[in-house]
Design a protein around this ligand. Structure first.
Ligand code: IMP
Ligand code: MG
Length: 185
């Protein structure tokens, strides 16, 4: 008898997401006082969030993309971080805004921040759609947080389980249940 993963309820609906993204965009636009931003999307999870967020920012905003290793088919972090796709251009003198889908252990971002810091940007700030502070291992504090959430495995609006469910327009979560409970459905 194994366990299986099932969908939970909608955790953050489409309208709530869009409303919060607009607020974040307004806050970021205000904080940068018209200075140019280089938004860095951490692929693939942050791609939907980033594409909505940059449209809510009214200061000059360039975009670049970076991919690091993720969990694969597991719901637990391995702690191993690997750059799969690096940025296309130089970041020297730029105001970096790292856009992440979720901060869990914080290991990915603390590693990335260190790597990017070494390339002499003018500033680095972190904007995450979701924050799971309960599971934090690394000492990382995001500058902008969409929603602080409890410790659940999230899918939707860019976040995946085994590369699936990224296209859901809302945030949901997966729960582990006993496989023998199937008549409870
Ligand atoms: P961290 O290094 O533990 O902070 O994990 C960061 C990365 O793991 C995120 O960018 C996500 O890609 C992935 N991740 C962490 N938690 C979740 C989750 O609940 N659902 C989907 N992906 C997650
Ligand atoms: Mg990610």
């Amino acid at each position: 008898m194994g366990k299986k993963l099932v969908f939970g309820d909608v955790m953050i609906g489409k309208e709530e997401l869009q409303e919060r993204v607009q607020q974040l965009g307004a806050q970021i636009s205000k904080d940068y006082h018209g200075e140019s931003i280089l938004a860095i999307c951490i692929l693939k999870g942050a791609v939907l969030f980033m594409s909505d967020l940059v449209r809510a920012i009214n200061t000059e905003c360039k975009m670049d993309f970076m991919a690091v290793s993720s969990y694969g088919g597991s719901t637990k972090s391995s702690g191993v971080v690997r750059i799969i796709k690096d940025l296309d251009g130089s970041i020297e003198g730029e105001n970096l805004l790292i856009i992440e889908d979720i901060i869990d252990s914080g290991l990915t971002l603390s590693y990335l921040k260190e790597v990017l810091q070494g390339r002499k940007p003018k500033s680095i700030r972190i904007c995450t759609l979701l924050d799971k502070p309960e599971r934090r291992v690394a000492d990382i504090v995001p500058d902008y947080i969409g929603f602080t959430i409890e410790n659940k495995f999230i899918v939707g609006y860019g976040l995946d389980y085994d590369q699936k469910y990224r296209n859901l327009p809302y945030i949901s979560y997966l729960e582990e249940v006993e496989d023998s409970e199937e008549d409870d459905e």
